[in-house]
Design a protein around this ligand. Sequence first.
Ligand SMILES: [Fe+2]
Length: 586
Amino acid sequence: MRILGLNAFHGDASSAVLSDGQLIAALEEERLNRVKHWAGLPVLSARACLAAADAGSQPDHIAISRDPKAHLTDKLLRAALRPHRWAKLASRATNSVRISQVAEVLRAEGIYASNPANFHFVEHHRAHLASAFFPSPFDEAAVVSIDGFGDFSSVMWGVGEGNQIQVKDSVLFPHSLGIFYTAFTQFLGFPKYGDEYKMMGLSAYGEPRFADRVRQVVRTQDGQCRLNLDYFTHHSKGVEMTWDGGEPALGPIFSAKMSDEFGEPRAPRAEIRQRDMDLAASVQLVLEENYFALLNFVQKQTRATRVCLAGGVALNCVANGMIFDRTDFRDVYVQPAAHDAGTSIGAALYVQHQILKQPRSFEMRHVYYGPEFTDTEIQGALQSAGCQFHRLTEAALVDRTVEQIAAGKIVGWFQGRMEFGPRALGNRSILADPRRRDMKDILNSRIKYREPFRPFCPSVLAECVGEYFETDYPSPFMVAAYKIKPEQRDRIPAVTHEDGTGRLQTVERDVNPLYWKLIRRFGDVTGVPVLLNTSFNENEPIVYTPAQAIDCFLRTQMDALAIGSFLLLETENPTRARMAESLLVP
Ligand SMILES: [Fe+2]
């Protein structure tokens, strides 16, 4: 039995296919259409996932992580209290019609021809909960989803047991921890969809001197978070979503009171002042207080020692890194695609278990559910691009790549199946030496062009976590920041953030043997079994095809590219940037 899960008409549209309960493929639409965070009906990724499951096959069920009927009474009640909002509601109703027409569109696209009864609308947060619990290693756990909004709620929590999740409570519009965090992210001059991680990175540089005032903006008690709505406009003016070439953007959601209280908002790309850093630190601190108030409430209600997390707020790796210190949970599973992309997996799993009552048999231990390319395909792309390359055995490829990295070079690493979710975890990565203090600046000046306050992250052998970090617990998906042991910080300065943490990926040998061997070899050569790992892209969605990887290599100032069995060196393939530089030399 095949189930196609879709995250449609939300940011980070995506598709996933389950076959007899096993996740076969999962893919964000942005990787194919090259528009970051694209929102719409993910037809391209649906086709690609179905092809990966079994060429030409159609799904038996389709699950969409959105239910226009969810909380309908609450929505109508709210509308009745605000008649001036009829126009906006009418447009939302149009959106609902569009949702209801998805089956027709998919049928027209040839993706789905089965019984309409097998078409399922799964409420957004139920899909998040399912994405967190069903693929976790736990038979029983508390399950919590926290985000901005989806289907009129911003939090949902419950108890997972076997193949069922019992929902206990939720937080409804207009109250939301995600909206709280997003509003301050906008206020601090980061207006793009998904920019919240920038404020999180910035927070490490500030002192939380505004914490008391930020505490006036949001409070969480007895599992309910409450916004002081005077600071917001999403509830009064609505949230204006715009679609710039398909890329979603959120209009401002903070009110004038925010400026009265905290000063003028920072303009995008303006200089970052001490106020901005201190405000970011304050917002992060208050987010953590509310996050743990909620998690501790859930823990006390459920008496669970294990927790599964999803929703965009669950990507706050700084908060996740404190779960063991600040709650009584002793085991944690965070869905690696905790943002909305992961709801395609969640919706499919929800149908598989919650609706069809099938037993669980799948554990999501990695994210390598995207496409892969054969050496023949890669060689064709290399020849088309006119590149010089070396075909190597696996052992030689590992040795030569490590030589490059240890010599301070920046290496593109394109291997196996592409990752699903926001993080590159060793298959579509750019790798560098974490021991070099200047590597962050080198990467930023030559390839990534990121804000200097954003950290680069370490991949570490799973068996060495306790040697480098104060928390010795697996973090395979880069969704938690642990304190790096003080005595190790100078050994890996390029991946040590301002606050002494590292947002780590623990790499297990049986999960990604090639990447494990690479880090292990780097450890043998240098004494440090850690690599700096950042996503393989340059201000674009992560590279998808060999041709895109080769183009990124040639376009930027990468020193080497290890792609399939092939190694390319910059010295033999001058990058366009360096060619342009050389033309300027008289
Ligand atoms: Fe969500």
